[in-house]
Write a protein that binds this ligand. Structure first.
Ligand SMILES: NC(=O)C1=CN([C@@H]2O[C@H](COP(=O)(O)OP(=O)(O)OC[C@H]3O[C@@H](n4cnc5c(N)ncnc54)[C@H](OP(=O)(O)O)[C@@H]3O)[C@@H](O)[C@H]2O)C=CC1
Ligand SMILES: Nc1nc2c(ncn2[C@@H]2O[C@H](COP(=O)(O)O)[C@@H](O)[C@H]2O)c(=O)[nH]1
Length: 327
């Protein structure tokens, strides 16, 4: 790794505008056999997504990944999505029971369109074995494998059969991996993305550390096909987390998938809980993201997402906010 930098250290450089209105800019992206409205997917975490949100996202052509923390509900979830004519996109882990679950799906000829292998340290034989197991039994499912933070890991998971890899170890808002273990891409996630993207021959999903809508464009510039976001999607009316009131203001909980709140025990805890301000409706945020990304495309001098991939940039170490608050 040469130069380490993160989202706040980079500014993209504008190119001559070729559209008359930002509304002409197309933010759609293809992943596998499907095209989605935005290159953005809410994190597969229990305080970010539930069945109702998944249905609403899929109905409106947004990509989603259902979390894996209520494993007993997954088969009925897939069946329900399919009966509505919607894509089914689920998560799995790597423990023994997950092998049986994949076998169960195959035996019943139930093939979700997308399966995300969701573990903390994805550069492992456990993930490689699970990729091969899924590809053998459910060859039509698009497999996203992660999380990883090095080119070597991207190559190995792709070689094992992954259709996309997810990059990001420890940059998340409720992540404490970097503090508890000393490892990860926290603080240099954007540079890690660039490093991994150079090695990738399939799509990369950049996961964690997105703090502003501009960071979505920066991720695209540095090689992401899509970004996974937790904190910016936490705290909406629809969000599954508990709502609390403090000093007359409403807040909602957002906790890590490796936190004691998720695990129900204090073992190998690498996540924490926080409360985020209540933000209104999820659809409003998605629309604002789309408008901001359309604007990014126009600054990139094009009318499609691809235009962002070629823009120049400058490194402005820790200075882009000039002391301003993000919002
Ligand atoms: N993106 C990120 O930076 C991180 C994300 N998370 C999220 O937290 C959730 C739980 O993750 P995870 O603990 O992996 O899931 P699981 O608890 O399902 O663990 C998966 C398997 O991997 C093993 N395992 C976990 N971490 C390691 C490691 N560092 N080295 C070797 N084996 C390991 C576990 O065994 P055992 O527990 O016995 O070690 C278990 O067998 C996931 O949703 C994950 O995405 C968690 C941390 C970082
Ligand atoms: N180290 C941990 N990372 C976690 C945990 N739970 C989720 N995550 C990762 O964070 C992103 C979301 O990041 P954000 O910056 O957008 O909020 C999520 O997709 C996971 O990859 C955890 O407990 N520990």
């Amino acid at each position: 790794m040469e130069n380490a930098f993160d989202y706040e250290d980079i500014q993209l450089i504008p190119a001559k505008c070729v559209v008359n209105s930002r509304s002409e800019c197309d933010t759609t992206i293809s992943l596998g056999k499907h095209t989605f409205k935005l290159p953005v997917v809410p994190a597969n975490m229990q305080t970010i997504i539930d069945e109702k949100i998944a249905i609403s996202l899929a109905e409106n052509d947004y990509f989603y990944v259902m979390h894996r923390f209520e494993p007993e509900k997954r088969i009925s979830f897939i069946k329900d999505m399919k009966s509505r004519g919607l894509i089914a996109s689920i998560s799995v882990g790597v423990k023994e029971e997950e092998y049986k679950f994949i076998q169960q799906l195959a035996d019943a000829s139930i093939s979700p369109e997308y399966i995300t292998i969701d573990i903390a340290h994805g550069h492992s034989n456990a993930v490689i074995k699970m990729i091969k197991h899924i590809k053998k039994l459910l060859p039509d499912s698009f497999v996203i494998a992660g999380n990883v933070g090095t080119p070597e890991a991207v190559r190995e998971l792709e070689h094992a059969g992954a259709d996309a890899t997810k990059v990001g170890i420890g940059p998340g808002k409720v992540c404490i991996t970097k503090i508890k273990t000393g490892f990860g891409t926290g603080g240099w996630q954007l540079a890690a993305l660039r490093w991994c993207a150079k090695a990738a021959s399939k799509p990369i999903i950049a996961d964690g550390g997105i703090r502003t809508h501009g960071d979505i464009a920066k991720s695209i510039r540095f090689g992401a096909t899509m970004v996974m976001i937790g904190s910016l999607f936490a705290g909406h009316e629809e969000s599954p987390g508990e709502t609390i009131e403090k000093d007359g203001k409403l807040y909602k909980e957002y906790f890590g998938s490796a936190s004691e709140f998720q695990k129900g025990e204090k073992k190998n805890v690498e996540g924490k809980k926080m409360y985020v301000e209540h933000k209104g409706s999820l659809q409003d945020t998605l629309e604002e993201m789309e408008q901001d990304l359309q604007s990014s495309i126009s600054y990139a001098g094009g009318n499609k997402l691809e235009a962002i991939r070629n823009v120049d940039y400058v490194v402005v170490k820790n200075s882009i906010f000039n002391g301003d608050k993000v919002y």
